[in-house]
Design a protein around this ligand. Sequence first.
Ligand SMILES: Cc1cc2nc3c(=O)[nH]c(=O)nc-3n(C[C@H](O)[C@H](O)[C@H](O)COP(=O)(O)OP(=O)(O)OC[C@H]3O[C@@H](n4cnc5c(N)ncnc54)[C@H](O)[C@@H]3O)c2cc1C
Length: 391
Amino acid sequence: MLKTQRPPLDVVVVGAGVVGAACAYYAARAGLTVAVVDRGPVAGGTTGAGEGNLLVSDKEPGPELDLALLSTRLWRELAERFGAAMEYEPKGGVVVSATAAGQDALRAFAAGQAAVGVTAEEVPAERLRDLEPHLAPGLAGGFHYPQDAQVQPALAAAHLLREARRMGAELITGETVTAVLRGPDGAVRGVRTDRRRLDAPAVVNAAGTWGGELARLAGAHLPVMPRRGFVLVTEPLPRIVRHKVYAADYVADVASGSAGLQTSAVVEGTPGGPVLIGASRERVGFDRTLSQEALRRLAAQAAALFPVLADVTVMRTYRGFRPYLPDHLPAIGEDPRVPGLHHACGHEGAGIGLAPATGLLISEQLTGKRPELDLAPFRADRFPADTGTDA
Ligand SMILES: Cc1cc2nc3c(=O)[nH]c(=O)nc-3n(C[C@H](O)[C@H](O)[C@H](O)COP(=O)(O)OP(=O)(O)OC[C@H]3O[C@@H](n4cnc5c(N)ncnc54)[C@H](O)[C@@H]3O)c2cc1C
């Protein structure tokens, strides 16, 4: 028999990844009665298969950078409470260039970012090794981004949810949302899972890469597609990589809409010792097959940046599927087509970084406050209905 939730909920959040966790945390903090439902465990989706880079360095001025800057502030606030538990490290990023032309391009990019509040300091070639002693010789220079940081994504999701529960939120794992309930006026009335019905006037779609399917359950089109990425994990090493370090080409790869394989290594140390080398990008649906080509390229690029890595052992690799929307921006906010349906998905390769801002903006909208950022660029109805949902 179907069970009905009592007392009445204000909002059901679908998805217990880092974005759903942040939505639940900020909604509970705003005094709302929240239930979070996930068909798997906490962080069992892409959150448990990504890295934890919180980057402003790779974002050009625009709505995504606005979100990232808001998130940077919020991550710092969260870190005051749970910093060590989430392995938050405000370590900064270093972007390097192999050529003078590349360094000119980095300089122009950084100048645009500086105008909107990003701190970027040019590092001449001869000073690069002060920041990263093991960097390859012969680089043309780089930029240091002190606002870039790092977190352990699964721990971050778990702690945000734990705090949300402390404030009264309910966490339901192992239940799949099979329907979004709507009233005669078309407005959301809650969800049905494979075990129960949860009534609420608002539903948050934090279903990540599966956000398109959840939207479809509510009768709305949202073309979220998987963009696969592999990460290499080395044996534990002494601290040889101090910042998040990547080459200038990474920014172009992130911004590309190509379905083909792209790799540009981002190298970072972790508190436990292993160095993470991520990540490739390609749109091949949910194909989990190991791509030796992607792994080979990542390893070669990492060793080109840090020659010392050429001799270390890679212990394992893992893959995940980024929630990709065709214009690389997430869907955030109430769907004008379905009153009460709030999207918080499609953050592609930046969902860890952008989670707190997303959660805060959703909670502001749910409580009738004016959101801190203009949500117009993130509207879910910006995609024509014929935008595909294939790989
Ligand atoms: C290799 C790789 C590296 C990455 N590196 C970074 C990085 O360094 N920094 C960064 O910011 N981002 C990074 N990302 C991206 C980041 O991991 C994602 O953007 C982020 O995890 C998305 O979080 P989410 O909560 O939206 O989705 P998810 O974590 O996937 O959560 C969605 C949840 O919804 C649940 N769900 C779906 N449908 C239903 C349903 N019908 N009923 C119930 N539950 C449902 C799923 O089970 C899942 O747990 C990386 C991704 C990959 C793959």
